[in-house]
Design a protein around this ligand. Structure first.
Ligand SMILES: *Cc1c(COP(=O)(O)O)cnc(C)c1O
Length: 490
């Protein structure tokens, strides 16, 4: 029997996994969720024998169950290859007494590569399976890392175009340089005057603009999304929770069957939600610690049951988490309430009043770290054992320490910190944290300095990034997004 995907908001059209990937978002503006989260059909003990690719197949075939074995294996093989700088793909590192799951060994040295190196292949395969003959146009609003990872994933993939919008004042210099130097005939990048939520809301509006979609369809185009609202992004992220668990067992940090906690630096709630799926599929996960930066909407939500975006948006040193509306939380609300009516009601409240209240028992614990705490954590971990965390990972690190202090001996599980970016992606901020003498360092010179300070090599993807040609120069108002797109697709 195959899984059906339905909208969190109750649209009555159920679709297959491949169609959910093609559509990106449901017609009523909801997110696709599996009607039931499938259980693993292999013995948990087996996961320690699998390579990353083998495990990816075992996990993905359960969710993306209308892909044939060959289709899925082809997608997996095209994604998790030498684009990653280690065959482990997602290595687990022990630094001092902490375990870090490093998800930054791909092309853009951030965790988005885990999903975005496979999404273009899933999408192309899914379109073919469903006789979609239009060119697929990927629209993406990015807080920095998604944009680049999507551009890398889709660049020069036949029959696709990729259009990326980023907040002009909300990404790091290196992130910006990575995006505006992107090569590929089918790639388009524009800065938006505004913050990430402005960019994301504007793109979401276009996805539900039926008249615009119809017009483009006549011209042979269909929109899809590479944002973490696409189920094709979420599903591949489940894999590394299993993989981390297997590595913890293999290194004898835990015994097979023990519960394991994960702390995840969270923005759009995609990464940590994949952990929730892994748990529901049968992986022994105890608690999922959701770590926020100063934009701590989620922290407040998990502590009080009130989600409230009526607050100042704060630009922090962990820009990929500078988000007030965490899109994927909608999926959690659906799964916890088991009700699309309820989810719909909450989402309507969110859009009308900017807040809602919802309480439910769950495995999520909210924590947060201020900018100062983030900096202090980077410095102290570096001084303790020479391990350099990026600013996002450091938020998770702080979150875990705070959680452990609160939980005392009530929670005896081992913990894994999910590390979402290489420190080189945020080298300037990381150096500032380590020593204030670097306060005014040039963001690109910072790459060389970080290499010297940490005795590690600059990752290939950012080497000489400032010397590459700037290809994408547009900066537009958020209200002009539609015109910008029409211009490209004329
Ligand atoms: C995207 C991103 C996050 C947040 O992940 P979500 O899935 O949006 O919660 C955290 N850290 C880094 C480096 C990221 O790129």
């Amino acid at each position: 029997m195959s899984i059906k995907f339905k909208s969190t908001r109750g649209d009555k059209n159920y679709v297959s996994a491949s169609m959910a990937i093609v559509n990106g978002i449901a017609p009523d503006g909801g997110l696709y969720v599996p009607e039931d989260i499938p259980k693993i059909d292999f013995k948990l003990e087996e996961i320690t024998q699998y390579s990353y690719k083998e495990l990816a197949y075992e996990v993905l075939k359960l969710i993306l169950d209308d892909f044939t074995q060959d289709e899925l294996k082809d997608c997996i093989n095209s994604a998790y290859d030498s684009k990653f700088d280690t065959e482990l793909i997602a290595p687990l590192k022990k630094a001092g007494n902490d375990y870090f799951l490093e998800l930054f060994h791909g092309k853009t040295i951030a965790f988005k590569d885990m999903a975005l190196s496979i999404l273009p292949h899933l999408l192309k395969t899914a379109a073919k399976k469903n006789n979609v003959n239009e060119q697929i146009v990927i629209l993406t609003a990015t807080s920095g890392d998604t944009g680049k990872a999507a551009l890398e994933g889709f660049a020069d993939v036949e029959d696709t175009k990729i259009i990326v919008f980023f907040p002009q004042e909300g990404v790091s210099d290196v992130q910006k340089a990575q995006m505006v130097t992107q090569k590929g005939k089918n790639t388009f990048v524009a800065g938006i005057k505004g913050n990430f939520d402005d960019a994301q809301s504007a793109v979401k509006k276009i996805f539900t603009d039926k008249a615009f979609a119809d017009k483009l369809k006549e011209k042979g185009y269909v929109f899809s999304s590479a944002n973490s609202i696409n189920i094709g992004r979420l599903a591949p992220q489940i894999v590394y929770y299993f993989y981390a668990y297997a590595q913890m067992v293999k290194s004898q940090a835990i015994k097979m069957g023990d519960e394991l906690n994960f702390t995840v630096p969270t923005g759009n709630f995609g990464n940590i939600l994949a952990g929730f799926y892994a748990k529901n599929m049968g992986l022994p996960i105890g608690n999922l610690i959701c770590a926020s930066n100063d934009n701590k909407v989620l922290y407040d939500f998990f502590k009080t049951g009130i989600y409230d975006i009526n607050r100042e948006f704060i630009v922090t040193v962990s820009p990929s988490m500078d988000i007030l509306i965490s899109s994927n939380l909608e999926r959690l609300l659906y799964h916890l309430s088991q009700s699309s009516e309820k989810t719909n009601e909450l989402m309507k409240k969110l859009s009308a009043e900017g807040k809602y209240s919802f309480k439910a028992q769950s495995c999520f614990k909210g924590e947060y770290a201020s900018i100062k705490e983030t900096f202090d954590a980077i410095k102290s971990k570096f001084e303790e054992c020479g391990y350099v965390m990026d600013t996002h990972t450091a938020v998770a690190y702080c979150g875990l320490k705070k959680y452990l202090a609160e939980a005392g001996n009530k929670d005896k599980n081992k913990n894994v910190i999910v590390s979402t970016a290489s420190p080189y992606k945020f080298a300037k901020e990381v150096l500032k944290a380590i020593d204030e003498k670097y306060n005014d360092i040039d963001p690109f010179a910072a790459l060389n300095t970080l290499s010297e300070v940490s005795s590690t090599a600059i990752p290939e993807p950012v080497k000489d990034i400032d010397k590459r040609e700037i290809i994408h120069k547009s900066v537009i108002n958020r209200d002009d997004i539609k015109d910008y797109i029409s211009d490209i697709l004329k």
